[in-house]
Design a protein around this ligand. Sequence first.
Ligand SMILES: NC(=O)c1ccc[n+]([C@@H]2O[C@H](COP(=O)([O-])OP(=O)(O)OC[C@H]3O[C@@H](n4cnc5c(N)ncnc54)[C@H](O)[C@@H]3O)[C@@H](O)[C@H]2O)c1
Length: 259
Amino acid sequence: MSTPSLAEPLAGEVAVVTGAGRGIGRAVAEAAAEAGATVVGIDLPGDDLDGLPGDLGIRARGVDIGDRGAVSAAFASIAAEVGPIGVLVNCAGVICENRPAEEVTEDDLDRLWRVNLKGTFFCAQAAVTNGMIERQHGHIVNFASQAALVALPHQGAYTASKGAVMSLTRSLAIDWAHHGITVNAIAPTFIWTPMSAPMLEIDEVRTASERRIPLGRLGRPRDVAGVAVFLASEAAAFITGQTIPVDGGWTAGEPGLAL
Ligand SMILES: NC(=O)c1ccc[n+]([C@@H]2O[C@H](COP(=O)([O-])OP(=O)(O)OC[C@H]3O[C@@H](n4cnc5c(N)ncnc54)[C@H](O)[C@@H]3O)[C@@H](O)[C@H]2O)c1
């Protein structure tokens, strides 16, 4: 492979970003396009995709990533129409209402498993079979969560699904390393997005989180997007199977302990 420039580290790559309609996925799609990739943004069929920035040339596809047949068909048509897939960023994810573990429902578990784990798995399978194995090269970035490293209270189903994404990341990295494919994950702390807003709009939750984060603020989608581009680029070619916290220091320690 030729060496991509540091200014456009994804030049020449076809990058698929799921969950691109809003939040972190939107920021990743924009950052990947700025980094030179031809970006296809996937989200549930609906209005959110209409706003994807056309000025960056981002194409949009409405796909439910929990539907394996729809994912296979979409990735095959992306490879045929846009080019072999070289980068996949699995941002799409869902959370459920806060409930103590004894009240978590079977529906919570099924819904989160379907999107956060199965959807991530299906997209990874479809990306490697629509470009990466053929090219013997590719980079996959999954979205775990800080919740997989330090539990988020009253989010047992979400925490478990994101722990599964971390395990899946290691497993795929080992299975596909001999194809020249890297698989890593990002574990963000609280990032302001439509997913987290209902929690962060509660003053006590927001201020407690800001106090708990050593860098003293919540994350922004852009804080995460740059890390996703790095992991999707040749700069990270020798990193695989890892989950990188992007958490302002939360998992490094407790800043409020006055010793
Ligand atoms: N925001 C945070 O604080 C935070 C923290 C840690 C991890 N994460 C993870 O980061 C990722 C992005 O989170 P966000 O905050 O931007 O969420 P968000 O809810 O703002 O955006 C998620 C996007 O995924 C899409 N999506 C959901 N189900 C889908 C499906 N079946 N098929 C296709 N698209 C689907 C949604 O329509 C939405 O556009 C998620 O995996 C989330 O779990 C977020």
